[in-house]
Design a protein around this ligand. Sequence first.
Ligand SMILES: [Zn+2]
Length: 173
Amino acid sequence: MELMDTAADEAFLLELLNSTPIVDGVQRDELDTPQAGRSWLRALGHSGSTAEWHAVRAARSTMRAVVREQQPASSLDPLLHEVNYRPSVSDDGVQWRLDAPTDRAAVVQAVLAWDALRRTRPGRLRACENPDCALFLIDHSKPNKARWCSMAVCGNRMKARRHYERTRTNPHR
Ligand SMILES: [Zn+2]
């Protein structure tokens, strides 16, 4: 597998974390069945084997718990078992390739993207603050104060809810 392509890796990580969106109050799992999971993986450039689907589905819950700081980062360690960097020399010099078990290539991509984010832009990957939303966001803005996965959806919804609660608790204002 090729070494990091930051934008693509981040996009894949976010797709994985966000693969159970709540639509009309019902949580959907885009990796629900082997068929759905395999085509989801293929659409994101992976081989899409059934074993790969199993691996990403299992990794997803651990990765979410780590991002939400409900589990220590070391919980991700088993996901990188048997992963190595392998050097080779060509006329252009030394090249490093990532050697990962085929069925775990997608999982390894997500874990490395999570780590790169944590090192280069700490605190940028987080859960949406809307408690009725299951999505995560990567804040690319300078102030790093984004609270919602989407201002248009969750931001407006939460603002409307706060306004409603304010007017309800202070009926005379
Ligand atoms: Zn949201």
